[in-house]
Every structure is written in structure tokens, then in C-alpha cells.
Design a binder for this molecule. Structure first.
Ligand SMILES: C[S@@+](CC[C@H](N)C(=O)[O-])C[C@H]1O[C@@H](n2cnc3c(N)ncnc32)[C@H](O)[C@@H]1O
Length: 468
């Protein structure tokens, strides 16, 4: 069967918010006992080429990663990447969500990820997605399900209706995309007397023009587009025996929790869901990344539960003592914490045990807040990549696999992507395959001066490109 995703490949990439480390930390915050990601079983549902999952398999050789998609082309590409990388712990299959329960036994996965699937499939497939997640999830497991959400979805629906009218009967993907761009370019222009809602839609049109063609082709214009209400998704999860844990998105990670010291309402899950849903309407939310579990979470937040995690951060301290994260400016009132943050940031992407930073509950609360805002990362354990190259330096298996396939945008061992522009560095990463000593690598004609080889490999460790 040829699917729309066979006709135009979806530009699947890494989605940091799906990373089992994030899911594990949030489960621990709720007093649960998630399986350490490095020894877990992970399933990605409708993962496209599943590169998001393959990158996890590369990070944790001890995990068992499975992924599937209906698109044979997407899975073939994923299999090509996994094979070129020699990863033995990832298995990809062409499979239908509605049939997948035959392939995967009950309780067989500790982390289940369905990113960008739930709101883009027909009703019966959506129901099967939740059923499958509940079927395969282990008792200690965490499921991640993202979807276009209401009420922002209403705005997207308006765009979709207009665009589908503009496209009419055009079937050819290139012509479809061209017609959409033509329409959006005109629609995005402000008109005299625009009402606030029209202004919002024009802004949305302008944003859509920034998207890659394939995203434009699939996201609003695919055959299925059904934004969901959080309360409906949670009810569907409940009907399948799953409990809402929280949301994995930026500034949403506390959605499943009640403030410290709060009285426990009669139905804590219903209370947090109702508050989160109200907030969706207040802020016109259009995307959600809901987490579900099988065990009852402890809803009252307790910052002490992050005390045994590890921290990393890419904030940058400025001359005036504030920190920058992207364009956000962050002030930290506590000097000792500010110094500690600067110290941890200098080691990025490496991690430090949080208990070496502080055990003060007040400061742990501040760090939890920074984590919620995605200014710091918390991890269940140390980084799966070294700070310095080993005796026989070894770049990541997936790094080399992607280079072999001619890719220059590489998946890193901290579940990110990095474009490596310099051919000499790419040659060096290929040469560092774990079979040669530093001197032997330096003697090869990589284009990196021999005397700079160690520095270049150490810098590559600092970019999470090396596994040893
Ligand atoms: C919007 S794409 C998202 C892909 C990937 N998860 C990502 O976020 O980049 C939706 C994916 O769901 C897959 N899909 C749709 N219906 C499916 C089904 N019945 N069984 C398996 N996969 C399906 C599509 O082939 C496509 O790869």
C-alpha cells in the first residue's frame, strides 16, 4: 500500500521531548519507579523513518528499541540508517497500528512513543493507538502521545479548510505545495480593517510559509487532521487503563502535579486535568505531549525527588550576572546557585550529579522550576558519552553510519542533531572507529593536522559525537 508518507517523505528528526530520560525524570518526580532508559525496552509507534528511536538505540547499547510505521519507504530508510550504523539493538517493521498488538506482546515496553500520530489518523486508528499503547506498556512504563490540541486546533482547522479549497483537485505533491505557498503568501498580507482573529490567522499563514515543503504537505493538508481536547484524550486513556502523568512540553511539565503543600482533592487526576484544560483554553494551546502511566502518580510536587538526578544546562552567564538561554534572560537570586549553574554550563553537554550542586530544598525548588522552563536538563543518570577520547577513540556508531550514507546533519549521543560542515572533521570522525590509537588516527590523511587530532577529538566529545 502506498501512503501519503511514501509519496512525500516526512522530515522526521530528533524530538528531545520524547526522550525516555525526560519521561523517567517526570515519573520519578511523581514517586514512580521507571526503568532506567539504558536498560529499557522502547517502542516508537508511527515513527516514520524512526531516526528519533535509532538515536536512542545509539545512546544506550543496552536498550532494546523497536519502531514501526505504515510507510514502507520510511521504514526502509530507517533500516538503512540502522544497518549502516551496525546497531544491533534496533528493530524496525512495516506495521499497521491496528494490527501491531499481534506483533508486540502485552507489557513488553517500558517507554512507548507516538509523536505526531494521534491527531493525524482516522478515528479507528486513533482508538487503536491508545489501545496499543496501553497493551504494550509495562507496569513501570511511561507512554508519550503528542497531538494537535484544542482550542488552538480550531485556528488550524480554519487554515486547513481555506487551503484545501485553494488546492482544489490538484493531486501532484509539487503542484499542491506550490498552490499552498501561493495562497499563503497572499493571505499573510495584512488588510486594512483586519479584525484581531484575521490578524492571528495571517500570522499563522506567515508562520506556515517558514515550514519545509514536506511538513506543509502533511501537517494541515493530509487526509486526516483531528485536533484533540486534552480531556477527551485522557478519557480515552482511562478507558484503556492508563492514568495521566503530566505533559512533556516546555512549561507544561507540572501539569500533572499539585503545588507543594496542597490539600489532596477527592480525584487528584481529574483536578489536574481540569486545571490543565482550562489553561489550554486560556492560552489557545494547539499542541500537547501527554504522558500516561499504569500506576497512580503522587500528585503533590516534592522537589526533593529530583535530588538524585543529574543536571546539564546550556545557559550562558553574562557580565551583569544574569543568564541567557536563547533569547531569554534568567536571573538567579541565590549567588551560590548562580555560580553552580555557571560551572555546570561550562561542562555542557556533560552532566553533574545534582547532589554535588545542592541538597537545599529551596534551591531544588528553583532548579525544578528551571527544569520546567527547559533552562536546565535533568537526567536519571550520567551522560552516555565520554568527556575525553579513550585509548582507541571511537565516534558514535550512528554518527559514522550517517556519514557513510553521505549525511552531514548527524544525530548526537545526547539526542540532538548537529550539522558538521567541515569535511576534515567528518573524515576524522570516520577514522575514529575504535580500532585505531590516537597516533594511528593522526597519521591518516584526514585533513586535520596531526598535532590537532587530540584537540579535535576532545572537542567532538564536547559535542556528544564520541562514544569512547
Ligand atoms: C505526521 S507523521 C509523524 C512521523 C514521526 N512520528 C514524526 O513525528 O516525524 C505520521 C506518521 O504516522 C504513520 N501512520 C499513519 N497511519 C498509520 C498506521 N495505521 N499504522 C502505522 N503508522 C501509521 C505515517 O506513515 C507517518 O509516518
Amino acid at each position: 500500500m502506498t501512503t501519503p508518507y511514501d509519496r512525500v517523505a516526512y522530515p522526521t528528526t530528533i524530538f528531545a521531548q520524547t526522550n525516555p530520560e525526560r519521561l523517567a525524570v517526570l515519573a520519578r518526580l511523581a514517586g514512580l519507579d521507571p526503568v532506567p532508559p539504558e536498560e529499557s525496552r522502547i517502542l516508537e509507534i508511527g515513527g516514520g523513518n524512526c531516526v528519533n528511536l535509532i538515536a536512542m538505540a545509539a545512546m544506550w547499547p543496552g536498550c532494546d528499541a523497536h519502531g514501526f510505521d505504515l510507510s514502507a519507504n520510511a521504514i526502509a530508510r530507517g533500516q538503512e540508517i540502522a544497518a549502516a550504523s551496525g546497531l544491533g539493538n534496533v528493530t524496525l517493521a512495516v506495521e499497521d497500528i491496528c494490527e501491531a498488538h499481534h506483533r508486540y506482546p502485552a507489557g513488553s515496553f517500558d517507554y512507548v512513543i507516538a509523536h505526531g500520530v494521534y491527531a493525524w489518523v482516522p478515528e479507528h486508528v486513533r482508538a487503536a493507538t491508545m489501545r496499543l499503547a496501553a497493551h504494550v506498556l509495562s507496569d513501570r512504563g511511561v507512554a508519550f502521545i503528542s497531538y494537535n490540541a484544542m482550542p488552538g486546533g480550531h485556528v488550524r482547522m480554519i487554515m486547513r479548510e481555506m487551503l484545501l479549497d485553494a488546492i482544489g483537485e490538484i493531486d501532484d505533491p509539487e503542484q499542491r505545495i506550490a498552490a499552498v505557498r501561493d495562497f499563503l503568501e497572499d493571505y499573510a498580507l495584512p488588510r486594512d480593517g483586519d479584525e484581531p482573529l484575521a490578524r492571528t490567522l495571517r500570522l499563522q499563514a506567515a508562520n506556515m510559509l517558514l515550514r519545509p515543503d514536506a511538513v506543509l504537505f502533511h501537517d494541515e493538508l493530509g487526509p486526516c487532521f483531528y485536533p484533540q481536547r486534552l480531556l477527551d484524550v485522557a478519557a480515552e486513556a482511562h478507558a484503556n487503563g492508563l492514568v495521566f502523568l503530566t505533559d512533556a512540553g516546555r512549561n507544561r511539565q507540572m501539569d500533572g502535579f499539585l503545588p507543594e503543600g496542597a490539600d489532596l482533592p477527592e480525584d487528584p487526576e481529574a483536578a489536574v486535568l481540569m486545571a490543565a484544560s482550562r489553561d489550554d483554553y486560556a492560552s489557545l494551546r494547539y499542541f500537547r505531549q501527554s504522558l500516561f502511566v499504569k500506576q497512580e502518580p503522587d500528585r503533590v510536587v516534592d522537589a526533593m525527588r529530583i535530588a538524585d538526578t543529574w543536571m546539564s544546562t546550556r545557559v550562558r552567564r553574562q557580565a551583569d550576572g544574569t543568564f541567557l538561554h536563547g533569547e531569554d534572560v534568567i536571573s538567579i537570586a541565590d549567588d551560590a546557585l548562580a555560580d553552580a549553574l555557571a560551572r555546570v554550563a561550562a561542562m555542557y553537554p556533560h552532566r553533574v550529579p545534582l547532589n554535588t550542586v545542592t541538597d537545599d530544598p529551596t534551591l531544588l525548588r528553583v532548579i525544578l522550576q528551571l527544569y520546567t522552563e527547559w533552562y536546565v536538563n535533568l537526567h536519571p543518570g550520567p551522560a552516555p558519552f565520554p568527556a575525553k577520547p579513550g585509548d582507541k577513540p571511537c565516534s558514535g556508531a550512528l554518527v559514522r553510519g550517517m556519514l557513510t550514507l553521505g549525511e552531514t546533519t548527524l544525530c548526537t549521543l545526547d539526542h540532538g542533531v548537529l550539522k558538521v560542515e567541515q569535511p576534515e572533521l567528518r573524515a576524522l570522525l570516520m577514522a575514529a572507529d575504535g580500532t585505531r590509537t590516537l597516533a594511528e588516527i593522526a597519521a591518516l590523511a584526514t585533513g586535520i593536522p596531526p598535532e590537532d587530532t587530540l584537540a579535535a577529538l576532545t572537542a567532538s566529545c564536547g559535542k556528544a559525537l564520541m562514544q569512547g
